[in-house]
Design a protein around this ligand. Structure first.
Ligand code: UD1
Length: 367
């Protein structure tokens, strides 16, 4: 019998560390032919190639090279480029991860071509329709045949929206699979030495949400808050290209003594920076999870989170975007640390093997 073919889709930076453990776990079963597709939604070396190198992912079987554009255009380009690859692969299943435009675009194409879809990291909801990711999540989930969730509230969200509970599987968090698997490699990173941070106390910042960075007045006010926090604890800020563009276009001043802007960091360097930081300030989704797993206090510069378990159980605090609140919460976090935070259930490094097991049942029992 020929092995079923699974197409795995990765497109943007936060996809790569989720795809890697799934790719490894499916490979280990020896039961499938795997086709790795990179849409090229992210394309700079420091947003893409370094992740393939750090994660030891193979070169993609297909690189779609879609690049940046408006949501409509980027989504459309991904769909147009993905369809022939999907047909050529003669896929039995498409696996998508996360909530970026590539996730939704490839799901739409697969479903229209009658190929089932598995969504890893299903059921997350911020209940904020102004976030592009919220639309991607909802569309992807309603169309998927296998929904792999990483926290119990995701099941409630999906059932409320009419998803058949039989399709939902509590696999756990694949991002934590990567965090554990590459921990020793990350430890070997020289990033602290290179930045002169060895043995020093520092905080780590990331900001890239359109709501925080696209409006120069909002970004300038957040930079002011960071400068204030930086007086208590110097901050390192690897700047996303989206954010860099606004900073440069508007000539927003960064207080270089207290907030050090650096280029986007690779996966292993970023893991090392995070592990050794005293506090993390971010608007990322995945970093809320990684800091929870590492026991590092995290301040999320947003008014909502699709990952409430990181607040209820973990080290995360939702602090909004008002500068005074960010500064006072940062001071408090620096003083009190992570408190009694716990690691959520099934964030144990074994999510991808659970996913592989369910997929094996799905594809072999179907045929
Ligand atoms: C995308 C995802 C977001 C994810 C984020 C992580 C969507 C809707 N958004 O947002 O969920 O959290 O990735 O980074 O899918 N750019 C470069 N080089 C690159 C990639 C982007 O310079 O390799 C610049 C371009 O100017 C581009 C801008 O960054 O216009 C934004 O990139 P885009 O992929 O549209 O969205 P992100 O903000 O990265």
């Amino acid at each position: 019998m020929t092995k079923p073919t699974i197409v795995l889709v990765a497109g943007a930076r936060p996809n790569f560390m989720k795809v890697a453990p799934v790719w490894r776990a499916l490979t280990a079963t020896k039961k499938f032919r795997l086709v790795l597709v990179h849409t090229g939604q992210h394309y700079d070396d420091n947003m893409s190639k370094v992740f393939f190198d750090d994660l030891r992912l193979p070169k993609p079987d297909a690189y779609l090279g879609v690049g940046s554009a408006s949501h409509a255009e980027q989504t459309a380009r991904i769909m147009l480029a993905f369809e022939p690859v999907l047909l050529d692969a003669d896929a039995d299943l498409v696996v998508v991860v996360g909530d970026v435009n590539s996730t939704m675009a490839c799901t739409l194409v697969a479903v229209k071509r009658d190929v089932p879809v598995a969504h890893v990291e299903a059921g997350l909801r911020s209940f904020d329709r102004t976030m592009p990711e919220e639309t991607n999540r909802r569309v992807t989930d309603i169309l998927s045949d296998l929904l792999f969730i990483h926290s119990p509230e995701a099941r409630d969200n999906l059932v409320r929206e009419g998803v058949d509970p039989a399709k939902i599987h509590f696999a756990g968090n694949v991002m934590i699979d990567s965090l554990q698997y590459y921990a020793a490699d990350a430890e070997k990173s020289n990033v602290l030495k290179t930045l002169g941070l060895e043995g020093t106390r520092f905080g780590l910042v990331t900001l890239h949400r359109p709501s925080n960075v696209d409006d120069p007045a909002v970004l300038a006010s957040l930079m002011g808050a960071l400068a204030e926090v930086g007086k208590d604890c110097p901050l390192v800020f690897p700047v996303h290209p989206r954010t860099r563009a606004v900073i440069e276009r508007m000539g927003i001043e960064a207080d270089g003594r207290h907030v050090r802007l650096i280029e986007p960091a690779g996966y292993l360097d970023f893991m090392k920076l995070m592990r050794y930081s005293s506090v993390v300030l971010t608007d990322s989704g995945g970093i809320q999870e990684e800091t929870t797993a590492l026991g590092i206090p995290c301040l999320t510069i947003r008014n909502n989170t699709e990952r409430p378990v990181t607040v209820e159980v973990g080290t995360n605090r939702l602090v909004g975007t008002r500068p005074e609140r960010i500064v006072s919460e940062a001071r408090d976090a620096l003083q009190r640390g992570a408190g009694n935070a716990k690691i959520p259930d099934h964030w144990d490094g074994q999510a991808a093997p659970r996913i592989a097991q369910v997929i094996t049942g799905f594809l072999y029992e179907q045929s």
